[in-house]
Design a protein around this ligand. Structure first.
Ligand code: PLP
Length: 398
């Protein structure tokens, strides 16, 4: 006998996977260069030089048995200390190795946090829509808890505070925030963060237990305008747990490296950190990849060349809005999330396939009537795709 929900999950193809298969079959007919795959969030800019340098230095200078050997379950001490020092430099904090648990990317970090905060199947995690679809899988299938979805304000994808307040209950364990956001590119300002943390402080008092803030930050450094600041949430709210990933900042998604940050300020720090270690152990998420732990120690705080994403965002945003698409200008991450020109976003994305444009329906992110366009592609790909977006728009108006 098998666990039927796991089997169903494994058998279900994601939209992105389906688009990938469609793209492959079209490439065989029209040539790969004529298929415009905007579906996947795989960074296209190379990892920064410091990554290559770190890898070659480590391989040249260290004993392979140590480099590739087991570290402690939560990650090597010196690596956690180096990452903590980088955070301290950037955010004025006082962290040390004690505050970090290294993971295979943000996916593992999130799964650990959902697991360690779940005390009963009735526990609720508030997810603000639009959201990264895997949250629902991690919460419901992974941790066995409930996801409560709260739509953002449609005009700007900022938090709808009235809707959020109405959904916070005695059962709420945490609110997940993702800023810069996948798929909308929205960033929460300091004012928004203060309003959110005031609400969570008030509700934690009312319910007599902490409501945690889970900050999912794979896009932390990916912002494009000088005046866009991404507030560091632990500096605003004691009970914040940060799930970070180097996948996007260092262009290393396949290497699987990230962390959970447990600040000293969380209530009952020692027990909380122990629960993170316990969930890591229960899930088998111990000892994040050793070589890339060492790379992270040397490269934390640096980024790949983000100027290409800034250029792509501006090009795509200006062209699409001039063709009649309505879109909130993204402040960060590498996605555009315009409204679809047909009310049915799935039908619209299906229609786009006839132009070899591969776009993901907003329904997958909990925001029907939209589409996600990943612009982590060559600028030239966007330039060649723009006439197709224009023809698609004309086609929808007929
Ligand atoms: N959270 C968000 C919002 C993401 O977009 C992604 C990946 O695209 C992840 C988490 C998972 O990141 P990782 O590759 O580090 O597991």
């Amino acid at each position: 006998m098998l666990n039927s929900s796991m089997q169903a999950l494994g058998e279900k193809r994601s939209t992105i996977r389906e688009l990938f298969e469609f793209g492959k079959s079209r490439a065989a007919v029209v040539g790969a260069e004529n298929v415009f795959d905007f579906s996947i969030g795989n960074p296209n800019v190379p990892a920064p030089d410091c990554v290559r340098q770190a890898i070659s230095d480590i391989l040249a200078s260290e004993n392979p048995a140590v480099t590739h050997g087991y570290t402690s379950a939560q990650g090597a001490d010196f690596v956690r200390e180096a990452i903590a020092q980088d955070l301290n430099r950037r955010f004025g904090t006082q962290y040390g190795a004690r505050n970090l648990y290294l993971t295979a990317g943000a996916a593992a970090a999130l799964s650990i946090c959902f697991r360690m905060l779940t005390t009963s199947p009735d526990d609720e995690f508030v997810v603000l829509a639009p959201y990264f679809p895997e949250y629902l899988v991690f919460i419901e299938q992974g941790a066995g808890a409930k996801a409560v979805i709260v739509p953002a304000c449609p005009a700007d994808f900022q938090i709808d505070f009235d809707a959020l307040e109405a959904r916070l209950t005695q059962k709420t364990r945490a609110v997940i925030v993702n800023s810069p956001n996948n798929p909308s590119g929205t960033v929460y300002s300091e004012q928004t963060v203060r309003r959110l943390t005031d609400l969570l402080t008030q509700k934690s008092k009312q319910f007599g237990h902490p409501i945690y803030l889970l900050s999912d930050e794979p896009y932390r450094e990916l912002v494009y305008d000088a005046d866009t600041v991404v507030p560091f949430l632990p500096n605003f709210y004691d009970n914040t747990l940060v799930c970070y990933s180097y996948s996007k900042s260092l262009s290393l998604p396949g290497e699987r490296i990230g962390y959970v940050l447990v600040p000293d300020s969380v209530c009952d720090f020692a027990a909380t950190y122990a629960a993170v270690c316990g969930a890591g152990r229960a899930l088998g998420y111990v000892n994040a990849p050793s070589l890339f732990q060492r790379v992270a120690a040397r490269c934390s705080g640096q980024t790949a060349d983000l100027s290409i994403y800034a250029k792509n965002r501006d090009l795509l945003y200006q062209a699409l809005t001039s063709y009649g698409y309505t879109c909130v200008k993204p402040q960060g991450a590498f996605y555009l999330f315009p409204q679809t020109l047909l009310a049915d976003d799935r039908a619209f994305c299906e229609k786009a396939k006839a132009y070899d444009l591969l776009l993901v329906p907003g329904t997958d992110f909990g925001a029907p009537g939209h589409m996600r366009i990943s612009y982590c592609v060559q600028t030239e790909t966007i330039e060649r795709a723009l006439p197709l977006f224009e023809r698609l728009a004309q086609d929808c108006r007929i």
